[in-house]
Write a protein that binds this ligand. Sequence first.
Ligand SMILES: [Fe+2]
Length: 393
Amino acid sequence: MPKPLGKEAWGTVEEVLETVREMLEMDIAYLSEFEDGVQCVRDVNGDADSFGLTRGTEIPLTDSYCQRMLDGVIPNAIGDAHSVPAVSDLEVTESAGIAAYVGVPVVLSDGTLYGTLCCADHDEKSLGGREVQFVRLLAKLAARAVEREDEAVRRSEARAHSAALAALLASLDARDAYSAGHSASVVALATECATRLGCSESEVADLRSVALLHDIGKVGIPDSILRKPGALTAAEWEVMRAHPEIGARIVGSVDSLRRLVPAVRAEHERFDGTGYPDGLAGTDIPLASRIVLVCDAYHAMVSDRPYRKALPWEVACRELEDNAGTQFDPRVVAALLSVLDGGRNPGRRKAPGSKAGRLVASQRPANRSSASAAVSPPSRPSAQSARPRARRE
Ligand SMILES: [Fe+2]
């Protein structure tokens, strides 16, 4: 029996469907969700088999009862489908044996069309305005139930996501405390950059995870290399260069993080296509990777390391500018410089005669370090060894 109308009675889509089907004495009630021209059955109650419907069934909206109802071609309630030409010609009327139908749109709180709430029967019915009014009321309850259920799923996924992030970061912290702490610091810069670049809330959320996890692959690098106090040899760099791929495999093994795999894998791709592991270039590199690369390099350069002191922020900013278009996405560099100029480094001033957007003098300091070296291993270790390195990796 359906639960009585009341505040606590309408917890689930299933309850709404059961109620509407029983009150209208129909064979079936179902809720469908629209996406890309298809209606997907989210839930169904009643004799689903005899209509060829089950949860997850996808039906093209073209030439469907629901589309014609939404277009106003047919009324919301049809008591005798064979007497209505606009549905009697539909193949499904015959194949599913539909004689009666009631359908109304389901609209979410923000006004977007979610799908439809429908009932159908193999026998003709006496259906009119009262039945349609009742189903419309139930459609509102269904919309609220969908929102509650989807929110619960989102919360559960968020909890799983946070737990997975925390576990992975703890493992990185145990192996390489600098990388773990550094990654956390990069998050704030990357977030501000992404916001300035117009990223959506969900893009920013994913970016924050990528910023935290970008170096997680270092857990797969041997201690002899990861914790080596001095410069790495060419052979050791080869091993170190595997960390984005290792990171992608680790992230890909966690359901709630799998969508981040391309960005984690591409964290050392360069804008000019000379990075690794895939040699992606320009906008083929995920935006999150391009943002993290710039913020990672900046933060590495202005951090003290056992093998060198932090570089002045002016030098670090100049490195970013000098490598914009080759190593870094120029838009991202401009966004970070704008962030830094917005208060983080209040002493920062445009250099006299500098171009708009160029925030420091073009002269390089004598002891400058390379931003490339800050985030990438050298392609020719012998040449690299002559230059101070802002960051090993
Ligand atoms: Fe890295």
